[in-house]
Design a protein around this ligand. Structure first.
Ligand code: C5P
Length: 243
């Protein structure tokens, strides 16, 4: 592989300079981390599965009119994406109480929420990505009020489409995290869905059995993570050939 300039290395992905200005190559690693990287492992094949699954979700969302950073998949581990200015928020949508919400509010995991709830964390590993109210986001200038209105509407559209697609293959979309970035097209700012959508960033439960098919398998030592992601890819009909 030709040497390329590394722009950024995160816990699960690397970003390289892309072939044209305004593009990047997003490389999916096999590394899994949890609890702000206190727990780590290398899970063989995870990067290949997430590259393919993120392609599937981003392409489908693009087809229903949601602007995304995804351009095309390049190979088993890499995809070409648009370079964006990432808004420093983790945007979380929840349909069912689980994880940090269940813990924080003392709600039993699995409790259906009265409606989808969108929440925001400030993206800062050193602070452990603290939950922040919209008031902070606007006051500190991380995003404008218009951005926040657009982000909530985008997040709920993503939730509607993703919930339907997963339901169709017998999986409940419990919650998920997205990131959004800004691009400038002819000097006009536009928000795009960025980062990845994969079982690393969603909670996915089998509707019949309740079996977890997401990163909680790793976080909570519930079994083999590759098997869980493979099950999701198989049901969606996007299983890569050589995992
Ligand atoms: O841990 P918590 O319950 O807040 O996570 C909510 C959802 O957001 C889960 O699907 C989790 O996988 C995802 N998430 C993520 N990256 C983070 C925090 C949460 O993808 N840093």
């Amino acid at each position: 592989m030709a040497r390329r300039k590394k722009i950024y290395e995160g816990k699960a992905k690397i970003l390289y300079e892309g072939p044209e200005p305004g593009t990047l190559v997003q490389y999916f690693k096999d590394d899994a981390t949890a609890f702000n990287a206190e727990k780590r492992a290398v899970i063989e094949g995870k990067g290949v599965l997430n590259n393919r699954l993120s392609e599937f979700f981003m392409t489908g969302l693009g087809q229903i009119g949601i602007p995304t950073h995804f351009i095309r998949r390049l190979n088993m581990r890499e995809q070409l994406i648009r370079q964006v200015e990432i808004i420093p928020l983790e945007i979380i949508v929840r349909n069912v109480a689980a994880g940090s919400m269940a813990k924080r509010l003392g709600i039993e995991e699995g409790t259906q929420l009265p409606r989808p709830i969108v929440e925001f964390s400030y993206k800062d590993d050193a602070l452990g990505d603290p939950l922040v109210p919209e008031e902070y986001i606007i006051a500190f200038g991380w995003a404008s009020q218009q951005d926040m209105d657009d982000i909530v509407s985008l997040a709920l559209r993503v939730n509607d489409w993703m919930s339907g697609v997963m339901y169709g293959v017998g999986i409940k979309l419990v919650d998920f995290k997205i990131e959004v970035g800004r691009v400038w097209d002819n000097e006009f700012p536009r928000l795009l869905l960025a980062d990845e959508i994969s079982p690393d960033s969603c909670r996915l439960w089998d509707i019949e059995t309740g079996q977890k098919l997401d990163k909680d398998v790793f976080r909570r030592d519930l079994g083999n993570l590759t098997d869980a992601y493979t099950e999701v890819a198989k049901r969606l009909g996007v299983m890569p050939s050589n995992v």
